[in-house]
Design a protein around this ligand. Sequence first.
Ligand SMILES: Nc1ncnc2c1ncn2[C@@H]1O[C@H](COP(=O)(O)OP(=O)(O)OP(=O)(O)O)[C@@H](O)[C@H]1O
Ligand SMILES: [Mg+2]
Length: 224
Amino acid sequence: MNVLVFASRKGGSGKSTLAAHLASYIANPSRPTLLIDNDPQGSLSLWHKIRNQEYLGLKHNVRNIEDAIKQAKRDGYEWVLVDTPPNKSAIVAEAIKQATLVIVPTRASLFDIAALQDTVAIAREHRKPYAAVINAAPAKHGDTEAHVVADARGALNALQVPVWAGQITHRPELTLSLATGEGAREYDANSQGADEIGRLWTALERSLNAIHNTYKKAGSSRAA
Ligand SMILES: Nc1ncnc2c1ncn2[C@@H]1O[C@H](COP(=O)(O)OP(=O)(O)OP(=O)(O)O)[C@@H](O)[C@H]1O
Ligand SMILES: [Mg+2]
């Protein structure tokens, strides 16, 4: 089972947006997926309500996330995506404890990168694989990243925070699609937003395979 936890104590970094787009990418009849919306703001619950998709389940405000994930496994889910509130509360730590991979969305600004360190510290404390994803970034010019993105990447490298090599650009389709309960690909499969979410998904699949192989070699069932 894969448990992806979206966490960042910085509000508005893109936790719910990335969770929704990736969920719509992952969920299909052969990949039953559960969303756990553990942010009291309920953004994902709202999106899910409009969406009404059979093989994408939803639980919200789950008190015992460990039990909820065990139950999800019994119910046949292979993927669980957990959205968390923008703080360092026990809700966040409990979710991170259950993660196969923690995704830490961040905007490319000094304040966001400063705030991200608190979330990274929780992942490190619980020895959980994590990666930052630069979100809502200014568009590239050709292959060249905006200065602010290159600077953010440099700061993350200096902090030894693994960061996805790509970026999710600030794009209207990533917001508009959510308003109709869709993901970027469903809204417009040819959009640049759909392309970037697809690239993120490919990178995540690769990372998850590497994580599972590492656990297998170590003879551990933690990521099973
Ligand atoms: N790549 C993007 N392109 C355009 N708009 C975006 C992008 N990412 C996020 N947004 C917008 O930024 C706002 C904050 O995003 P989102 O709600 O996903 O952040 P969050 O980290 O879940 O926030 P919170 O911490 O409050 O839960 C939303 O209005 C969302 O539509
Ligand atoms: Mg949110």
